[in-house]
Design a protein around this ligand. Sequence first.
Ligand code: GLU
Length: 310
Amino acid sequence: MTVENSSAKHSFALAQQRNDVSLTRYSGRFAPSPTGPLHFGSLITAVASYCDAKAHQGSWLVRIEDTDIPRIYPDSEAHILRAIDAFQFEADDTIIFQKDRLDLYESVLHQLQQDHLVYACQCTRKMLGSNHIYTGTCRELNLPFDQHAIRLKVSDQEICFDDRLQGTHCSNLQRDLGDFVLKRRDGIINYQLAVVIDDYLQGMTHVVRGADLLDNTERQIWLGSVLGYPQLEYMHLPLAMNDQGQKLSKQNLAQALDLNRASELLQHAIRALHQPEVDLDTPKNMLIQAIAQWDIQSIPHSLQLDGTYL
Ligand code: GLU
């Protein structure tokens, strides 16, 4: 999908800040939010994104997605960094923190504003009604940008992508969601905006993440196309469930990864991805073996993993 506008042209200026990577080379990332310590589901994502990047002779970066300050959980940032070390993942560049990049996101928002691609909105969640589809009530109101949420205009067209595991996935954003928020009324930059800008600036080519984010992808493709960014390849992994059949998540109080049991947990994560067995060893050697044996065809092409793997 290509869209012509000056926001797309503005991207050329931003491109100068882009990582110096060859765009034909695979570049992947692990982008946890520090809203709780890493759990087994996060480990599966880290392992899959790492092995997939390395099996393609690509690079792998870590980005801490910490724009949502009120949701940051004390010490979880430190736990994430300790986990990266304990599991002996080797990032190919310095770890970046989104909270240090707010000016960058604001500059892209400003450009979108100049192009009338976004607008200020005073509607509360309650006003949207039960189906949460936004019908564009504030589109023509010309409200001031300060103190209001900022929404991106979407159009009435089908957006589809071919997920490497989940197959073709489509959405018509206008029908299914409506114009969506890039910046909240409380000034917090939304995940959708920060993720799209950083994937572009970090030169990402591939996204490997949990299937809970599948439904966000069309929004990100749309925003990326409005900004003139190249489209990424996506792979959404089946989610690990707890024994009550809920997905492992910080909200469901999934257990924090025990960093003293890194090798054992790594073996479980590799099994959960239905990869060939790896021998218990240092995490570094286990990852080398997992990369050599990496086979995405063996990963279940489903939204959830069956069974529990801990
Ligand atoms: N920060 C998001 C999370 O922890 C992941 C974002 C992504 O991989 O696109 O759920």
